[in-house]
Design a protein around this ligand. Sequence first.
Ligand code: URA
Length: 238
Amino acid sequence: MERLQKYISESGYCSRRKAEELIKKGKVLVNNKIITELGTKVDGNDVVIIDGYKLEKQDKEYYLFNKPRGVVTTTSDDKKRKTVMDYFETETRLYPVGRLDYDTTGLLIITNDGEFANMMTHPKNNIEKVYIAKVKPIMKGEHVRLLKQGINIDGDLCIPDRVKIKSSDDKNSIVEITIHEGKNHEIKKMFESIGFDVVKLTRVRIGLLTLEGLISGKKRKLKPKEIKQLYALANKKE
Ligand code: URA
């Protein structure tokens, strides 16, 4: 169920603000009844008619995308930079689930299913996000312990689920770090707070989804089985 104005805007009929105006003006019928209350909840089983036009149910779409470096995770960018949506040609209104920084690469889910997007990003659902970070200078066990004690980010204690040093050379370490939240710049802030710079960051796993077979800049549809598995992961951990 979602709020009527959101449902209308997500169908692509008009913006949410315009939808609110139409509702207040009594132009929107839900199951043949005029609805003027903004908070009214509807779902795909309700028949919504605006000024005589029946909203079509929007087919749900789910993609897994391997985001390249130098691309913004928004639907539009006022600085005219390339966005992740430039990789999608579709009539429906898709949007990214969570965000990866401009210089971060790797897995990003793109969908038009708001409920699914909420499920994937809510920290209580514990959907794991695994990153490979190249950090500077070299990390040692003591730094891993510091990270595992938790780092205060914007007033919240963020504790990674797992941290593992994969390798080191004379300048950098490659670290695998798993989190289940999605705060802005979470990984970079965690490393910064213990004195490390993230020079490269890639998200290599979301729940059960991996980068396997997906080269940079490419996308693939999620399989119904994969969507079910993600919901199962969320429910199991509630
Ligand atoms: N954490 C970050 O710092 N950046 C990302 O892009 C994703 C997680």
